[in-house]
Design a protein around this ligand. Structure first.
Ligand SMILES: Nc1ncnc2c1ncn2[C@@H]1O[C@H](COP(=O)(O)OP(=O)(O)OP(=O)(O)O)[C@@H](O)[C@H]1O
Ligand SMILES: [Mg+2]
Length: 228
């Protein structure tokens, strides 16, 4: 479902964020990507989305070789990917409802389906009472859940979340992780970059550890790697 072969990323300033990373993630897996700040987690995620191009190596997503994808084919790739960004990236001038509905409009979903699915997904993340709020009227956890609702509303085969529980209290963080696990149990492949040690230890999923742009550990049912 997701395949990276010897992927390297050097930023224009010479910073070597990934130094030859190979990963194979199968359909339906739940994978944590861990590693200290600057180890390359967000870079890896941006490469999956083709927000960045690798300096070397090959990336395949759901059968699509993203390496030589034309610009006008990128939307087709992104339909496979629901994403929760580290900094949420909500549209500030749109309500919670509109932020989620917008993701459906982009893929030209019929209005009828939008009106049906947006409230459903917002209830799923516990935001049914916040439909009309704007992002700046929400707590961090509520913004996080809005971003998650937006990521899953189109039912993508792959869900990627970059630090989805950063700045959340432990109960809210667990709420988000439980939602991700539910989504995974319905067949979605889930990839989560995180620093949340307790959650990684408790969930016993596959854990890939990055250190300075290199994979130093990849274990099924692993806990948090203290070396990370
Ligand atoms: N746009 C950029 N230009 C140059 N260097 C960058 C850029 N973005 C990231 N880097 C560098 O690449 C390395 C990996 O950064 P990245 O953001 O992938 O780390 P991370 O693991 O997501 O960290 P964090 O846990 O703090 O989010 C770091 O050394 C960082 O300084
Ligand atoms: Mg990051």
């Amino acid at each position: 479902m997701i395949q990276l072969e010897n992927v390297k990323k050097v930023y224009p300033n010479g910073s070597q964020a990934l130094k030859g990373v190979s990963i194979h993630i199968k359909k339906g897996e739940f994978v944590f990507i861990i590693g200290s700040s600057g180890s390359g987690k967000s870079t890896l995620i941006k490469l999956l989305l083709k927000e960045l191009d690798p300096t070397e190596g090959k990336i395949t997503i759901n059968g699509i070789d993203t390496t030589n994808l034309a610009r006008n084919e990128i939307p087709y790739l992104r339909r496979n990917l629901g994403v929760v960004f580290q900094d949420f990236r909500l549209l500030p001038n749109k309500t919670v409802y509109e932020n989620v509905a917008f993701a459906m409009r982009v893929i030209e979903a019929p209005s009828r389906i939008i009106r049906r699915n947006v409230p459903t997904v917002l209830s799923l993340v516990g935001l049914q009472k916040k439909l009309r709020a704007y992002p700046n009227q929400l707590s961090g956890g509520e913004q996080q859940r809005t971003a998650l609702a937006r990521a899953i509303v189109n039912n993508p085969p792959i869900l990627i979340a970059d630090e989805p529980t950063g700045n959340l209290d432990p109960d809210t963080a667990w709420g988000i992780m439980n939602l991700l696990e539910d989504i995974n149990s319905r067949g979605t492949t889930v990839v989560v970059a995180t620093h949340a040690k307790d959650i990684v230890d408790a969930m016993q999923k596959r854990v890939i550890t990055l250190k300075k742009g290199v994979i130093i550990r990849d274990v099924e049912k692993g806990g948090y790697d203290n070396e990370a």
